[in-house]
Design a protein around this ligand. Structure first.
Ligand code: URA
Length: 247
């Protein structure tokens, strides 16, 4: 890749801005100042800008603990989006959310620069499991567990059998863990609606093999190599194109 394109992709400025930086001697490649913006560089070549080493990885994979009140979208003219919670270069690198959580839903959102991985994780044929903790406005019973497991009719489609585990159930409140293997619009809310309950709180704890763990609300982290390997294997891809931690 051309040096100017690499720097722009890494979020260091527009193509014109980074060309100026290169020509004025602010950039080194392999410890030597380079003034030619068209120089060919590979992803793992050490590059510095104003003396600071740049993270030149083009492949990124991360999870965010999404707070409520934030849109899952690449951009929005008026509202905050999940991209606003990530470093600016994630946008220029094309690190995008895989699937979506509603604005009021919290929890695990996975982002990747790998379009093939994203596509496979979202493919309806793959049945990637997603686990949610839902709070609802009334009790849940064995009948509801049975209804979820036999595949709820949601009008325009019948949901695949889902697992409902009731954690608490009182007269006007219940809390449950729901595991689904598809991801239609408002799916969990619609499934509860089909058994006469309104979801008052929804949180995603797991997406495929990825779990949120103790990641604080609003924070993000990159996947470990082990997580990434497991994720690729889970969608039938033998190996990640490259290690998430190599520079
Ligand atoms: N199902 C929903 O209803 N909302 C979400 O955000 C995710 C799954």
């Amino acid at each position: 890749m051309r040096l100017d394109r690499l720097l722009a992709t890494l979020g260091q400025g527009s193509r014109t801005q980074v060309q100026r930086l290169i020509r004025t001697g602010c950039v080194t490649v392999d410890d030597s100042i380079v003034r030619d913006p068209s120089m060919d560089v590979s992803e793992n070549t050490p590059v510095t800008l104003n003396g600071h080493p740049l993270d030149t990885r083009l492949s990124r994979h991360l999870i965010l603990h999404k707070p409520a009140g934030i849109l899952t979208a690449a951009r929005d003219p008026k509202q905050s989006t999940v991209m606003d919670l990530l470093p600016v270069e994630m946008r220029t690198l094309g690190c995008m959310p895989v699937g979506r959580l509603d604005k009021d839903t919290t929890g695990l959102l996975f982002f990747t620069t790998d379009g093939t991985l994203s596509h496979r994780l979202l493919s309806p044929e793959r049945h990637v499991e997603k686990e949610y903790i839902a709070e609802v406005d009334g009790p849940l019973s064995d009948n509801d567990i049975e209804a979820f497991s036999s595949g709820l009719n949601l009008g325009d489609f019948t949901a695949l059998p889902a697992k409902l585990e009731v954690l608490e159930s009182e007269n006007n409140y219940a809390k449950a863990c729901v595991t689904i293997r598809e991801g239609k619009f408002h799916q969990v809310k619609r499934m509860f609606e089909a058994v006469g309950r309104e979801v008052t709180k929804l949180h995603r704890e797991r997406f495929g093999p990825l779990t949120l763990g103790d990641l604080p609300l609003g924070e993000w982290r990159e996947l470990t190599e082990e997580e990434l390997r497991g994720l690729y294997l889970s969608v039938g891809m033998a190996e990640a194109p490259q290690s998430p931690l190599t520079r």
